[in-house]
Design a protein around this ligand. Structure first.
Ligand SMILES: Nc1ncnc2c1ncn2[C@@H]1O[C@H](COP(=O)(O)OP(=O)(O)OP(=O)(O)O)[C@@H](O)[C@H]1O
Length: 211
């Protein structure tokens, strides 16, 4: 199996507090890493470090066998990071947002209306995102999972604001992605209702908080 993420001895200190120390993370192609822990434990920090968006105090991250901090542009087609905020352009409509995101990903959406239907936005395509609910805005952001060419998805709290059908839809999409050899790292405060064949659970409990 191909090692997609290989992080060694990660230590992160933020605001003077050690969030994790000497943490190793390894995820193979087709694998799922589900990161859990209380508010403020360091889940987002870990995801950002793995994605090469934040430097650890110590340790290294390799993605696809190469250091994650080298030449960020080369990751754009291989790594999709979606943070805990929806990250949609509020003045653009749902369809305009999808097309903008597809442009970033270097793809053309074959049938945007079909995609809008798939992700539960049909009938809302022409409304500016700022007039949509939190869950609808989250659906715009997550629609990217239906066209992104990236084999590695790093998703921070993707279920936030989604209703139960939305959560189920997303987990079906995760199953398709990993079933085709894609890799997923996610955080959530809820257990997964889907049982991936290659699931690793990582619970972050700040060492200092539990001494
Ligand atoms: N931009 C920042 N600058 C300095 N410290 C930060 C910053 N962002 C977060 N922190 C610190 O890092 C700690 C971990 O934050 P992080 O967002 O990684 O936690 P989390 O586990 O994802 O929490 P949540 O479940 O609330 O989203 C926070 O308690 C905070 O002290």
């Amino acid at each position: 199996m191909t090692m997609v993420v290989n992080a060694q001895q990660l230590t992160s200190v933020r605001a003077g507090r050690t969030l994790f120390a000497d943490l190793d993370v390894q995820v193979e192609a087709g694998g799922v890493l589900h990161v859990q822990g209380p508010n403020g434990a360091g889940k987002s920090t870990l995801l950002r470090i793995i994605a090469g968006l934040l430097q650890p105090l110590q340790g290294q991250v390799e993605l696809f066998g190469e250091p994650a901090d080298v030449d960020r542009e080369q990751w754009q087609r291989r790594l999709l990071f979606i943070g805990h905020k929806p990250g949609v352009k509020s003045e653009l409509t749902a369809l305009e947002n999808l097309e903008l995101q597809a442009g970033f990903d270097g793809v053309v959406i074959d049938d945007p209306w079909q995609l809008a239907e798939t992700v539960g936005l049909l009938g809302l395509e022409d409304i500016s995102a700022q007039q949509l609910s939190a869950g609808q805005q989250r659906r715009i952001a997550l629609a990217r999972l239906w066209f992104s060419p990236a084999p590695l998805w790093i998703l921070d709290e993707p279920f936030t604001a989604l209703d139960q059908p939305g959560i189920e839809l997303l987990q079906q999409r995760f199953a398709e992605h990993t079933g085709h050899g894609g890799t997923l790292i996610l955080t959530s405060h809820q257990p997964l209702s889907w049982q991936p064949p290659q699931l690793q659970q990582l619970i972050i409990r700040s060492p200092e908080a539990h001494d």
